[in-house]
Design a protein around this ligand. Structure first.
Ligand SMILES: [Zn+2]
Length: 78
């Protein structure tokens, strides 16, 4: 498994073994975010989904979640 220079924590850490999402977004995450930070996002996203009652099956609501994700993982700056 490879290493990645993570944009969120700034460390060289273990990368995800596969893109965690489909398409370009998943690839961007895999190439820029370490596995540990992704795990943190998974935990955080559960709270957000519960708190805001986000329906992840709804594309519009999913887009909102992705926006929060980009902010959390600091992918916006890329
Ligand atoms: Zn990280």
């Amino acid at each position: 498994m490879g290493q990645v220079k993570c944009v969120r924590c700034g460390e060289e850490r273990e990368a995800l073994s596969a893109p965690p999402l489909v398409g370009a977004r998943g690839q961007k995450v895999q190439e820029n975010v370490c596995a540990a930070c992704w795990e943190e996002w998974i935990e955080q996203s559960k709270n957000i989904i519960n708190h805001y009652g986000i329906e992840v099956a709804d594309p519009n609501q999913r887009r909102r979640l992705y926006a929060v994700m980009a902010e959390f993982l600091k992918l916006e700056a890329l």
